[in-house]
Each structure stands twice: as C-alpha cells, then as structure tokens.
Design a protein around this ligand. Structure first.
Ligand code: HAM
Length: 435
C-alpha cells in the first residue's frame, strides 16, 4: 500500500509543536491588542497578479501558482502585505486613518527546504497604514521588540537600513527601475561583487560605484556615527541624504522611546521585496542564523492597488523560526497542556456514569480523558501512570449508589472515596499548588 508523506517542505506539527505554535500565535495576538492592531482574516488563495505585483523576483518566482477550475490564475499567499493592502484599497477605503491591521496564518513559498526554511510556514503580520511619519516606523520596530520579549526570546538584535539611500543614488544616476530592482536583489543576497558589476554595466558613474562600495562597508551599533558617515558618502545625492536623515529620525525615536534595543545600522542592507520605499529591518537572535522577522516602509503599494495614496509600514514575523528560537534557548512557556485527569469506569455498566462524571469535571474547567478502550482498571491506571497524569477518578457501582467516586492521586499513590464536588476541590487545590 502507498505510504503517504507530507509534500516536500511542509510538516505536521504534533502536540508540543502545535502547542508552541499556538502559544506564539496567542502572544502575537496579545501584542496586536496591546498596540491596537485589529485582526483581519484574508483568503489563502488570491489573484496571482495581486501577489506578484511588487513582491520582488525572489518571492514571485517561488509562488505556488495554478489555474482554478474557472481558468483564473491564482496563487497561495506568499505573504500578508499584499492582501492587507488590497483590503485598505477597497473595503476600508473611506475609513479614517491610520489603520492598524494584524493577520496571522499560513504562508506558502517554494523555498529550498532546510532548518527554519519551509514551503508552508506561519507568519504574524502587523501593518500600520496611513502615516508617513517616523514615529510609525519606530512603532513597528518597538512592537517587534515587544513581541520577541513577550514570547520569551532572549538576545534578539535588529539590523536596520533604508531603501531610499540606494534608490536615491540610482535614480539620480538615471538607472531604470528594472535594473535597480536587480541590483537590490543581488544586494539582498549579499552578492555585492555581482551588484557592483551590474551597476557598472548599467553605465552608472565611477563616483556612484565608489559610493556603493563605501556604503556596503558602512555599518555599526553607534547609530548616529554610522548615519553621519552615510551622509558623508552620499553627500552628492540629495534624496539619499534625505533618506539617511529619515533613518536618523526613526532611530532617535526608537532609542528615546525608552526600549533598550540591540540595533545595528547597515547601509548596504537590502530586502528582497520590491515594494519597500523607506526604512527596512530584520530581527535575529544569536545562535540562529536566520531572520525571525522582517519589515519596512512601503508608501506606494496601496495606490498601486487602486486605493488612495496611503503611506504604510509593517512587519511579519516567522512563527516557525520563533519556535526554533524558543527550542534553541530552551524557553519554557505556559502553553503546555496541564496534566490530565483520567476517568475510568469500573466495568461496562459504568460507562455512561463515567461520561457523566467526566462532563461534571469539565464543567468545572478540569481537563479530563475518559477511558474508552474498555481496559481493566489496572491496565488503565498503568497507562495513566506512563502518561504522567495526576489523578484517576474511578467510577464504580457501589460508589455511584452513594453518589461518590474514588479519587486516586497517581503521584502519591493513595486514594480515597469522596463526592464529586470534593474530587473537584482536591484537583483544583493541587492545580493552585502547582501554579
Ligand atoms: P519576509 O522577510 O519575506 O517579509 O518574511 C518575514 C519573515 O517570515 C522572515 O523574517 C522569516 O522569519 C519568515 N519566513 C520567510 N520565509 C520563510 C520560510 N521559507 N520558512 C520559514 N519562515 C520564513 C515579508 O513577508 C513582508 N510581508 C514583511 C512586511 C510586512 N513588510 C511590510 N509589511
């Protein structure tokens, strides 16, 4: 018989992994609510053109694309940003700004599978639309910092840059948009020599080539010194100077905002997505050589989708990678299911009573598994022991007549006959002791 496996790059998440995933999702929701971001649920399948526009070659070429039965060209979403921009351009068009939108769910990219890189993965996404001001950019960085902390991750660090620096130079050098995009893609992949070659081939000036080399070598944690040096390198390119000034303002707001953030500015840092127009950033943790999140400012996407001009900035976090980070740093989280109580009928005649007792316990908010294999008590208890359950509630004929049950403490290995209310009290008591 055929043994089916999951599709390459896609995984089943079992028990603890599923719990960790939901724990991060829950934390992401909590952060959304603390910062006032309202959740939006959008379809996993979207028109190909919507997702392809400005996604960048890297993402575009890796989309799961197909014709549906109505001959429409559709794709599985490779990110949330396009869908949320579509919502703002259409359904929210006449609503007051700014919009703070949150989405969480599965994302699909035909990436080469490896540790932390899957073809189905999960993102939490936050978009702040309708403000071009630096405090909006700062909010997105601060929110990411809050999420990492709240999830329990340690030693996270930001890498920040600004698309406007390079774009400003390229525009002044009159490089066409397509060539610019190609160069940015190469920079994103850190293929700097190829990028310099492309700049040379595009007949940019000698000075431009030198400035780019200088920029790629410019970075560090002393943000104002780095920005000063960027300003110096690009002094002949007015909009690049402006971009450096904008980055400076954002970073000043972030540091004056009071959060202690480990942050490095890199003038040569680029991201694969083409829609970015301003500040861009990624967040990493030590020991994991992959980004846990990334984002930036994109001021023209909503307009491109037929909406009113709406400057925007946002971020998406890779939930799978945050999971890896939690495992790597051995962070315990409160998401684990607490040990269960098992309810065992003593003999078939007690099956319905066992279901009834289970229901009463659950009504008291106690997690219960009812014995459903018809095993003898000894076998069922052995199994409960093996699974590290805390209590067994035994439902026998004699006790039922007396409206009682036997509660057995599986760790202390003692038992007593009590009313159901008393059993609930005992279980709750041990829960408070543990917490
Ligand atoms: P992105 O950098 O393409 O940005 O993805 C964001 C995060 O998703 C990454 O930092 C990473 O943690 C996770 N991720 C990406 N690809 C994979 C993969 N194959 N397997 C596992 N995790 C992955 C965006 O998606 C933009 N939409 C972010 C944004 C929102 N910009 C503005 N608003």
């Amino acid at each position: 018989m055929t043994q089916f496996k999951t599709v390459r790059g896609m995984r089943d998440l079992l028990y603890e992994d599923a719990e960790t995933m939901r724990y991060i999702e829950q934390t992401a929701r909590q952060i959304a609510s603390l910062y006032g971001y309202g959740e939006i649920i959008t379809p996993i399948v979207e028109p190909y053109e919507l997702l392809a526009a400005k996604a960048g070659e890297e993402v575009r070429s890796r989309m799961f694309t197909f014709q549906d039965l109505g001959d429409r060209r559709v794709a599985l979403r490779p990110e949330f940003t396009a869908s949320l921009a579509r919502v703002v351009a259409t359904r929210l068009r006449n609503e007051p700004r700014p919009f703070r939108l949150f989405a969480v769910g599965s994302i699909y990219r035909y990436d080469e599978p490896q540790r932390g890189r899957y073809r189905e993965f999960w993102q939490s996404d936050y978009e702040l639309m309708g403000s071009s001001r630096p405090e909006a950019d700062a909010e997105i960085i601060l929110l990411t910092d809050s999420l990492m902390k709240q999830a329990g991750l340690k030693n996270h660090a930001f890498k920040v840059g600004h698309v406007g620096i390079m774009r400003g130079i390229f525009r002044q050098e009159k490089l066409n948009e397509k060539v610019q995009d190609e160069i940015m893609q190469l920079m994103d992949k850190k293929q700097y020599e190829d990028a310099f070659k492309a700049v040379e081939n595009a007949e940019a000036s000698e000075k431009c080539q030198q400035v780019l080399r200088d920029l790629v070598a410019t970075g560090g944690k002393d943000t104002s010194a780095v920005i000063d040096s960027i300003r110096e390198h690009v002094k002949d390119y007015s909009s690049a100077v402006e971009a450096a000034g904008n980055l400076n303002e954002i970073l000043k707001l972030v540091s004056e905002g009071g959060a202690e953030i480990d942050l490095t500015v890199e003038a040569g840092f680029e991201r694969g997505l083409e829609y970015y127009t301003g500040m861009i950033f990624e967040v990493n943790i030590r020991g994991l050589d992959i980004a846990l999140g990334g984002g930036g400012r994109y001021d023209r996407l909503i307009e491109l989708f037929g909406g009113d001009p709406t400057p925007a900035v946002g971020v998406a976090h890779g939930i799978d990678r945050m999971m890896l980070g939690l495992q790597e740093q051995k962070v315990e989280h409160g998401g684990q299911t607490e040990a269960l109580v098992t309810v065992i009928p003593i003999g078939d005649a007690m099956r319905s009573q066992a279901l009834r007792v289970s229901r009463i316990l659950r009504d008291a908010n106690i997690s219960v598994e009812t014995e459903v294999l018809g095993r003898r008590m000894v076998k069922a208890l052995e199994d409960a022991d093996r699974r590290k359950m805390h209590y067994a509630v035994l439902v026998g004929e004699r006790e039922m007549k007396e409206k009682t049950v036997v509660i057995r403490d599986l760790r202390r290995r003692d038992q007593k006959t009590v009313t159901i209310d008393e059993a609930i009290e005992i279980i709750n008591q041990s829960r408070t002791e543990r917490s």
